[in-house]
Every structure is written in C-alpha cells, then in structure tokens.
Write a protein that binds this ligand. Structure first.
Ligand code: GDD
Ligand code: MN
Length: 398
C-alpha cells in the first residue's frame, strides 16, 4: 500500500467518525524543507511511541512540495513503516492548513501536531497523552509554565513573541487569556472536541484558531523547553506577523458575529412573521376567525417548514454538507420538526398560561413564549438535528 495520501479538498472541517480499529493517536508533522531533520525525528518518535502505543499510533507528514524534496525522504522512510503516511500538497501552502489537512486524513481518536525541526522535544508527546487520558480535551506544550522555556533566543525574538501575545490578549482576551503559550505549535486534541467545527486559519497560529473556534472546555498544559534549530531555517517572516494580526481580527469578527445562533434567530424571526401572518389570517375575528389553538397549530407547522429549509441551507449548511442526500435531509427535518413541535407545545402551554391565567395581551404573550422556546430549539437542534457526529462519539460542545 503506497504511503502517499491525497490531500483532502473543500472546507477545513474534521469529521467526527472513527472506526473501531482506529489508532489512538494521529500525529501530524508539517514540513517545509526539513529533509535533514525528518529521519531523526521519525526515529525518535518510533522509539518513544511504539512501546507505549504498539500499533495504535500513526504519523502523517504533510509536506508542501518542499524544494529539498522532504516528501521523497518521507516516502522512503514510510516504505518500511505502515504507521507513517505522507501527504505531498501541491498548490495549497501554509503551516496551519497543512496541519488541518493532515488531521482530515488522520484516523486517530486523538489528533496531535508537532514541528519537524527537532525544536519540539519528542518525549513531551507522552506527557500530553497523559493530560488527554486524564480528561483534557486539548493538551498543549507550553514554554511559559513550570518546566517551560526557550533555550537560546535572541532578546529581539523574545520581545516579538511576547509582543504578539500581548496583542492577542488585547484583541481576543477570552481566547488567549485561557492559554499560557498561545503561539505553541505543539499540542494534541480529542477528535470529538474538534469534530464539525469549520476552521479557517491564516498563517502559523493553528492553536489560537482551534481554541477560538472549538472552545474546548478542559485545557491541559505541559512545560517544555523550545530548543535551538540545528538544521535548516525558520520559515517565520515579517508577512507572518501581518497574517497573525489579520488572523486575530478575523477571529474577533467571527466571534462578534457568532453567526450560527444569530442566524438561527434571524431564521426564527422569519418564522415568527410566517407564524403571525397566518395566525392573523386564520384566527383574527376580522379575517377567518378560526379557533386560536387550531390556527396556531397550522401557523406553527408552516413556520417550522420554512425555518427548517432556511436553517438547513444557511445556518447549518456546513454541518448539513457532512451528511448530504435527501434521506439525511428528511431525517434532519423529522428531528427538527419533533424538537420544534415539542417547542410549540411548550409555547402553547406558556401562551395559554400568560393569556388565560396572567391575562396578558395575546400577541405580547405569544412573542415571549416564542423567545423562550427559541433557545430550547437552538440548543437541541444543534445537538441532535445538525450534529456532526455519527454514533459512538462524545457530545459536541456549545
Ligand atoms: N507543510 C508546511 N507548509 N509546513 C511548514 C510550512 C508550510 O508552509 N512552514 C513551516 N512549516 C513547518 C516547518 O517545516 C516546521 O516543521 C514547522 O512547520 C515550524 O516551522 P518553523 O519555521 O520552524 O517555525 P518556528 O520554529 O519559527 O516557530 C515555531 O515555534 C513557534 C513558537 O512556539 C512554530 O511552531 C510556530 O508555530 C510557533 O509559534
Ligand atoms: Mn522551528
């Protein structure tokens, strides 16, 4: 079996599905001109992981068509190593997307990443695994906790690195404030904590992207010393610092928008208009004057139908795309309908309570009831109707 794997295309989303024979750990190693370092690293990782995870780990080298033909060196190494696979990307370039493409091709329960240039000590992987085994959703190697540090950095690089951290704290305090080393490129994460999250990074800072979009609840950190590079050059350029700033602003905007719930509310709002218009056309004494409950049921069902289509085509389109086809859509519709129908019953109960018991105006009561039920509908539909997962994985977050 050739070890060269195709580079995935399309949205940067990790699938939640894993099969029973899946490896425990998939370690992605992004490379660009690391032909000299890679053989050393692979040997170190094998010596470290084979005793601990016999036949239960894989390494995936993601090379962006390095001029020094690192991918060829990797293929040579993979010839005798079934747990080593190689992705040679042509056309797509960049550290963060390389890592995500590697994770998309990975089969493991735990998705890891580390640099190929031996600046990340390989043995820290075991400590990160311990953190995950004890419950963390993401375990990060940090230079800024006990046992952490940098070996021999010029003061200018220290100032730049800390400066970048401070800038990040200003723009994204709720993300960078959770991390002692937000710039770390060495960490591992449970697949279930990342499944279904659409990633869209810029430049180098894959960790910030993952924490900002996936919002893992439990973060574990392990101190490590970032070593000097012996072979090859760092690929960090001034452009990367600009990309970093652009990345921070992009995440800030995305979080401000927090589109999904806002979109769900906008769709819900359009449903209210459908609901109200039909409630008026059917039940108002000046129109057909049908009974309140019957009119409300018809109005709600029609609103549910249009809400579903709008949510499936807009709010949750990336998740719907994970399960294409009319059968899957019908399943989502039935689940959505069941949840929203339960919501209508909640709504009816609340509406009658406020109208008949608290003697509130029927339209005000209806609005309040719809508002309360929207949160219920969003939460359950996000978990059940548009869940990215297949059977057997952990529940998605948020
Ligand atoms: N596939 C791919 N594509 N790999 C890349 C690319 C790319 O465009 N650019 C760099 N890499 C690989 C390198 O070959 C190396 O294995 C790893 O990504 C890190 O690149 P370096 O250029 O060595 O980064 P650094 O040492 O300056 O910075 C590291 O430490 C920083 C501080 O912790 C990286 O881990 C940074 O992400 C981290 O912020
Ligand atoms: Mn490096």
């Amino acid at each position: 079996m050739t070890q060269l794997i195709d580079a995935p295309r399309g949205p940067l989303v990790i699938d939640g599905a894993i099969n029973a024979a899946a490896p425990r750990l998939s370690l992605v190693i992004p490379t660009y001109n690391e032909a000299a370092n890679l053989p050393v690293l692979i040997a170190q990782l094998e010596a470290l992981l084979s005793p601990v995870l016999p036949d239960r780990y894989e390494m995936i080298v993601v090379d962006d068509d390095s001029p020094d033909r690192t991918w060829e060196v990797a293929l040579e190494l993979a010839r005798e190593r079934p747990h080593l696979r190689v992705m040679r990307r042509q056309g797509e370039r960049g550290l963060s997307t390389a890592v995500i493409r590697g994770w998309q091709a990975a089969q493991g329960e735990i998705l890891g990443v580390m640099d190929a240039d031996l600046q990340h000590p390989a043995d820290i992987n075991l400590k990160l695994l311990d953190q995950i085994d004890s419950g963390a959703q993401i375990a990060i190697a940090s230079r800024h906790v006990v046992g952490g540090g940098v070996s021999d950095w010029r003061w200018s690089r220290r100032v730049l690195s800390r400066g970048a951290q401070v800038l990040g704290l200003l723009v994204l305090p709720e993300v960078l404030g959770r991390l002692s080393d937000p710039m770390s490129g060495y960490f591992m994460m449970r697949r279930s904590a990342l499944a279904g999250v659409t990633l869209d990074p810029l430049g180098y800072k894959i960790l910030i992207e993952v924490v900002a979009r996936a919002q893992p609840r439990w973060i574990g950190e392990v101190g490590y010393v970032f070593r000097e590079r012996e072979e090859g050059q760092s690929k960090v350029t001034a452009t990367l610092y600009m990309q970093y700033l652009a990345h921070l602003l992009k995440l800030r905007w995305a979080k401000l928008r927090n589109l999904r719930f806002l979109q769900f509310c906008v769709v819900g709002g359009s449903g209210v208009l459908v609901d109200m218009a039909l409630l008026y056309l059917l039940s108002d004494p000046s129109t057909l004057g049908l009974g309140l409950t019957r009119s409300k049921l018809i109005a709600s069902e029609t609103a549910i139908l249009s809400n579903f289509l709008l949510n499936d085509l807009w709010t949750f389109r990336d998740l719907a795309a994970l399960k294409p086809g009319p059968r899957a859509r019908l399943r989502r519709f039935l689940s959505f309908n069941a949840i929203c129908t339960a919501g209508v019953l909640w709504n009816l109960l609340l509406l009658n309570l406020m109208f008949n018991v608290l003697e509130m105006n029927r339209y005000v009561a209806n609005l309040i009831a719809i508002g309360l039920v929207t949160g219920w509908n969003y939460w359950l539909n996000r978990k059940l109707s548009w869940s990215p997962l297949t059977v057997g994985n952990e529940p998605p977050r948020g």
